[in-house]
Design a protein around this ligand. Structure first.
Ligand code: FES
Length: 576
């Protein structure tokens, strides 16, 4: 373990509290007003607890209590806790999509840490976009920081059947529409699917990203899998607080931890988990904040060698609670440890290899041995071609095999409303061989790149028994979704990417083995269409939306704001 290097007068907060001038008088007198004596804070690391609790975020419903447990740990270790509320991003409630606000939380995190006397931070998040947002902000500020994951909720329960967030909603909604489920039964499901605090308990974006945070080394080892309702979660919260104090003395900062190798570890872990495609966008954004150049091709490369060994929905059968009892993320990472760089550092100050020592699988049906992998390799593929010059992504394992090499005529929808209005029209000219294309669903177009990418199968084809079709959009897709869906097409149609130029009847070719996505229209015709193309009017003329549309980058670059990327120095505030 690193020995203490900092002295109290080296602390960043010393400039607020420790000096003797007019301003520090104000800081100390106002601390007294808050009920604190000098001995409570003087010479101690100030740990900002960035808390994304809100009455509107059920995934973080336990965060008021957890913040108290984090504080207990900080006091115990000789620090001074300061809870700082930050905007929550509540996936079920926030419209049009939380993705519109990920960078806002990232900015708020960074600026809270910069403008107040923080020496270190505990980042409390878990619901989908909160994890990447908190990491992005903390990395840019680069103060010692630990991520405290919210933990998954308990398994859903209905009449003795286990229910999983997301996936079972679609399943039973279809049964209800088919007249096979009563209103009473539907209400029972409504009341049983989310029965404790914590984030979605399938391998959706939340479990994917908290696991990625752990694999990056940004949580205490084992933290990401603990169910929110488990008393071990409360104890992890206190331990996180204690560790944050020590990290300040050791001056262990995010950019000391995050290297190209730690991002490889995170990607490999996400692939072994069968995690959400959202991880591509988020990990690229997080990496760029850390100064690590990460490209889509890296995901494709690692996908070719990584087996999927977590038997967790939607790829598998079980839920996150089962995954925890089976050994959790440490056991999964131990299962693929030969594919991980074990010499990288974690927030503990030790190596990942040390963090994984002794990890064991307790249920080989949930975390399966390599020889029984759900998918041996290639669970994710990055596509290129004249339809996606800057990339698109598909989960081949989630698609019907016959569609992985496919040629068919496009059925084009100009935007979501157009699709909603016409997709079930009996007159729609569509067959099982058609390729459904949705435009204007990307970072700028929707706006916010919502999870629309699992485009619906037209009803008349459903009635014929068709369950999968090739679908292409510049949208994202929920981590709980599946199908032959090409996502994240870049550049997006709104900014004039080739997707904007597709017409009904154009032939599109997909070849996953060749990683190719082609629009079979000759160059002269495409040039003619491009000359006639007009950029749509902006969605926003003022407010955060205007800032967003001015600065948002494309999916292959992580959808960060261009002015927030990179590691250029931002000065600390002068204290006058
Ligand atoms: Fe919060 Fe799914 S709604 S993680």
């Amino acid at each position: 373990m690193t020995t203490h290097r900092k002295r109290p007068e080296d602390l960043r907060s010393h400039r607020w509290y420790g000096v003797s001038d007019l301003r520090s008088f104000g800081h100390r007198s106002r601390s007294a007003q808050l009920g604190y004596s000098r001995s409570d804070y003087l010479g101690k690391p100030v740990i900002a607890i960035i808390n994304t609790w809100s009455d509107i975020n059920p995934c973080h419903g336990h965060f008021r209590q957890r913040a108290e447990e984090v504080k207990r740990g900080i006091w115990e270790a000789g620090g001074f806790p300061v809870e700082m509320p930050a905007i929550t991003l509540s996936e079920p409630f926030q419209k049009p999509t939380t993705m519109l606000y990920r960078n806002l939380l990232a900015m708020e995190t960074e600026e809270l840490l910069r403008s107040y006397p923080a020496d270190g931070a505990v980042l409390m998040g878990g619901c989908d976009k909160t994890t990447p947002a908190l990491l992005m902000g903390a990395i840019s500020m680069n103060l010692p920081a630990v991520f405290m994951p919210a933990g998954p909720m308990l398994r859903g329960d209905w009449r003795g059947r286990q229910l999983g967030s997301g996936s079972d909603v679609w399943k039973y909604w279809a049964e209800k529409r088919a007249g096979k489920l009563t209103d009473e039964a539907w209400e029972e499901i409504e009341n049983g699917i989310a029965r404790s605090q914590g984030h979605c308990m399938t391998m959706g974006t939340a479990s994917t990203m908290t696991s990625a945070a752990e694999a990056l080394g940004m949580t205490l080892p084992g933290a990401a899998s603990i169910p929110a309702a488990d008393s071990r979660h409360a104890r992890m919260a206190s331990a996180t607080g204690r560790r944050a104090v020590d990290m300040v003395w050791e001056d262990l900062k995010p950019r000391d931890i995050l290297t190209a190798a730690s991002f490889d570890n995170a990607i490999t872990t996400v692939l072994a988990l069968g995690g959400s495609t959202n991880a591509l966008v988020h990990l690229i954004a997080v990496a760029r904040r850390a100064g690590v150049p990460l490209t889509l091709e890296r995901f494709d490369f690692l996908s070719r060698r990584t087996p999927l060994v977590a038997n967790v929905r939607p790829a598998g059968k079980f839920l996150m609670e089962d995954f925890y009892y089976a050994g959790g993320l440490r056991a999964l990472m131990a299962t693929v440890s030969d594919l991980l760089a074990l010499d990288v550092k974690t927030v503990e100050g030790r190596t990942l290899g040390e963090a994984l020592a002794g990890a064991e699988v307790f249920n080989a049906d949930v975390i399966v041995p390599r020889e029984r992998a759900l998918v041996s390799s290639g669970s994710l593929a990055v596509l290129r071609g004249n339809l996606a010059p800057d990339g698109g992504v598909i989960k081949p394992a989630a698609a019907e095999a016959r569609l992985l090499r496919h040629r068919g005529p496009a059925v084009v929808f100009e935007n979501y409303n157009d699709m909603a209005a016409r997709i079930d029209d009996p007159a729609l000219r569509v067959t099982a061989e058609s390729v459904i294309v949705l435009k204007h669903a990307g970072p700028q177009g929707a706006p916010g790149m919502p999870e629309w990418g699992q485009l619906p199968i037209p009803k008349k084809l459903l009635e014929q028994g068709v369950r999968d079709m090739l679908r292409i959009s510049d949208a994202r897709m929920s981590g709980t979704a599946y199908g032959a869906c090409v996502l994240h097409v870049a550049p997006e149609s709104w900014v004039g990417g080739p997707l904007a130029l597709v017409h009904d009847g154009d032939v599109i070719s997909l070849d996953v083995d060749a990683r190719s996505l082609q629009l079979d229209v000759d160059d002269a015709e495409l040039a003619r269409r491009r000359a006639a193309w007009r950029r749509p009017a902006p969605h926003f003329t003022r407010g955060f939306g205007a800032l967003y549309q001015e600065h948002i980058t494309q999916a292959d670059q992580g959808c960060d704001f261009d002015f927030l990327e990179g590691t250029a120095e931002t000065p600390d505030p002068e204290i006058h």
